[in-house]
Ligand binder design. Structure first.
Ligand SMILES: Cc1cc2nc3c(=O)[nH]c(=O)nc-3n(C[C@H](O)[C@H](O)[C@H](O)COP(=O)(O)OP(=O)(O)OC[C@H]3O[C@@H](n4cnc5c(N)ncnc54)[C@H](O)[C@@H]3O)c2cc1C
Length: 285
């Protein structure tokens, strides 16, 4: 297959970017998926004192440095969110909605969600709760959909869902102003529980309830074992060895998603180790 990448990197925070530059230096054909702001956590950091060589830098300044570095190396970030990664034995199938990419090795650098799952979120996953609104929106044509959005990117998904759904509610989990189509109903309230019987029936809020057919919970990252079926986790993180290898041959992981401490330099260092071992894996196979 001509279109198969050597290494696909999922995540554009310090772990993913460090993996990308190191794999590129080793002449591998890479693809890196992430967002235009690189990392939501990076741009939120007011002042960073522990990044060696760059004292007293803000998160936005560090993001600009990262962006400049990868661009100078000819690395383009593909602004797509991966829904599922299938381990096919000799390669990985990386799904973005209906589109599929292929790569011989994968590096997971998806970061970690600090917020806990909502009550009912995991229980109703696949029974009315989903993590990818654009993939599953057609299932809700003419129905009522509630989007629980943790970041501004979720707003675009809500606008898309609203083109198909009979009614769309948007519950923002952040304070910034919203950019939503006028007939998306904004509900600023605290989510208590997603509830139902065999499938989702409503979202219970602090001050009222919303009757709904589906709920999309749109966060920065989804649980890695939902992203990669068969991936072994340990205490909420991806289980890796010192070489950043997971239990799946050819699949490596780095950064916050593999465990504490949650820090930039540790993430970048692990991204580098993951990339060099992925290179070794490809050259050997
Ligand atoms: C306010 C704040 C201040 C901080 N200050 C410091 C500090 O001073 N010093 C320090 O060392 N650390 C600090 N940290 C911690 C630091 O931000 C993290 O440790 C670091 O960002 C982890 O890097 P990462 O690459 O593992 O993940 P992240 O930076 O979280 O990046 C993960 C990336 O993966 C993307 N992604 C996830 N899932 C998918 C998918 N399915 N498809 C495509 N892309 C996906 C996300 O959108 C994101 O871009 C701070 C964190 C916060 C929130």
């Amino acid at each position: 297959m001509s279109n198969r990448y050597d290494i696909a990197i999922v995540g554009s925070g310090p772990a993913g970017l460090s993996a990308a530059i190191n794999a590129k230096i080793r002449n591998k054909n890479i693809i890196i998926f992430g967002s235009s702001e690189l990392s939501g956590k990076l741009i939120k950091a007011p002042k960073i004192d522990n990044y060696l060589g760059l004292p007293d830098i803000t998160g936005i300044q560090l993001k600009d440095r990262f962006q400049h570095h990868v661009a100078n190396m000819g690395i383009d970030i593909t602004y797509e969110r991966i829904n599922t990664i299938y381990a096919m034995g000799q390669y990985f199938g990386i799904a973005v909605n209906e589109k599929m990419y292929e790569a011989s090795a994968v590096i997971l650098a998806t970061g970690i969600e600090y917020t806990k799952a909502l009550k009912g979120e995991e229980e109703f996953l696949g029974r009315g709760v989903g993590y990818c609104a654009t993939c599953d929106a057609p299932l809700y044509r003419g129905k009522i959909v509630t989007i629980i959005g943790y970041n501004k990117e979720a707003e675009a998904e809500a606008n898309y869902v609203n083109e198909l759904a009979k009614k769309t509610y948007y519950i923002p989990m952040y304070r910034e102003s919203l950019n939503l189509n006028e007939n998306v109903e904004i509900v600023r309230d605290k989510v208590v529980e997603i509830s139902g019987g065999n499938k989702v029936e409503k979202v219970i809020l602090k001050s009222k309830e919303i009757v709904t057919d589906g709920v999309f919970v749109l966060k920065d990252s989804i649980a890695p074992d939902k992203l990669v079926p068969g991936l072994i986790m340990e205490n909420g993180h991806i289980k890796v060895d010192m070489n950043m290898k997971t239990n799946i041959e050819g699949c490596f992981a780095a950064g916050d998603c593999v465990g504490k401490p949650y820090q930039y330099m540790k993430a970048a260092g692990q991204g580098q180790v993951a990339a060099l071992n992925a290179v070794f894996y490809i050259d050997k196979n």
